[in-house]
Design a protein around this ligand. Structure first.
Ligand SMILES: CC(C)(COP(=O)(O)OP(=O)(O)OC[C@H]1O[C@@H](n2cnc3c(N)ncnc32)[C@H](O)[C@@H]1O)[C@@H](O)C(=O)NCCC(=O)NCCS
Ligand SMILES: Nc1ncnc2c1ncn2[C@@H]1O[C@H](COP(=O)(O)OP(=O)(O)OP(=O)(O)O)[C@@H](O)[C@H]1O
Length: 222
């Protein structure tokens, strides 16, 4: 199985790209969604209905590195095991290529499990403007959120494929065609071995090998 890493900075366009993968039939495991399933947090950030007040929690953790690290430490094991189970379900369904959309792929050192790594890059000014527009947030708050992550320039140096999403959505879709071509190339032997079909072939080969060996051994001992 090919596990494609999809990452970038906040509001750089990861979800927009992950929607393009989905519309082309490639499943995406979204770490933000996985994280939402495991939030048992302090009372004062819970709404009356018991749900997490995400904007309030966001304001707290993005302006306070210690609290953010605490939240990261608390959630990290749940996020990794949640991602693992989602991947296992897709493996059992026989998907050969899947995408892991993980904003903190490098920060959480999950990049070693994915190949190729796609980084959605955007220029800093556009990133700030898009974030403020999408989340209706102040410049200070948006900048805090951007600063809470590894810089996009550093992330792009660690990518196998870079998408520059500074331009229009049309530009993005054009670049996506090349990405699609790259990620849907025939699997390498290692990737095939890790797929459900590869594991089944190995199992069948072992069974056939054992049966042949037993037959030859039995014939010789007669
Ligand atoms: C802080 C929270 C409550 C803000 O919720 P909100 O609904 O406003 O944002 P959402 O979850 O959609 O995340 C938006 C983006 O923020 C960035 N982000 C989220 N968490 C973090 C973090 N701990 N550090 C840096 N950036 C982060 C990512 O780019 C993410 O895509 C939420 O992001 C959260 O619980 N984060 C901790 C879990 C986590 O680390 N998620 C990232 C998975 S790799
Ligand atoms: N090429 C583009 N042109 C104009 N707007 C765009 C473009 N790409 C994305 N956007 C908009 O920018 C915002 C951020 O994009 P998106 O939500 O995909 O980013 P993200 O990386 O998934 O963000 P987050 O890290 O917060 O989850 C959204 O409002 C999206 O509609």
């Amino acid at each position: 199985m090919r596990i494609v890493g999809l990452t970038g900075g906040i509001a750089s366009g990861k979800s927009t790209v992950s929607n393009l993968f989905k519309t082309h039939g490639i499943p995406v495991v979204d770490a933000d969604l996985v994280a939402r399933l495991f939030q048992h947090l302090e009372r004062d950030i819970l709404q009356p209905d018991g749900e997490v007040d995400r904007p309030k929690l966001g304001q707290i953790v993005f302006s306070n590195p210690e609290k953010r690290q605490l939240l990261n430490r608390l959630l990290a094991p749940y996020i990794s095991s949640g991602i693992f189970w989602e991947m296992l379900k897709l493996w059992m369904k026989g998907f050969k290529v899947i995408v892991l959309d993980v904003p903190l792929l490098f920060e959480a050192k999950m990049d070693k499990w994915t190949k190729p790594i796609v980084v959605v890059w955007v220029d800093p000014e556009t990133q700030l403007q898009r974030l403020m527009l999408r989340d209706r947030t102040s410049e200070d708050d948006a900048q805090n959120r951007i600063n809470a992550q590894m810089s996009l320039d550093l992330k792009r140096t660690r990518a196998d494929i870079v998408i520059d999403n500074t331009g229009s959505l049309e530009d993005l879709k054009e670049q996506f065609q090349n990405v699609l071509f790259e990620v849907t190339k025939p699997l390498t032997w290692t990737e095939f071995g890790l797929s459900r079909q590869g594991a089944a072939s190995v199992l069948v080969s072992i069974i056939v090998g054992v049966l042949i060996f037993r037959k030859v051994y039995n014939t010789e001992s007669l």
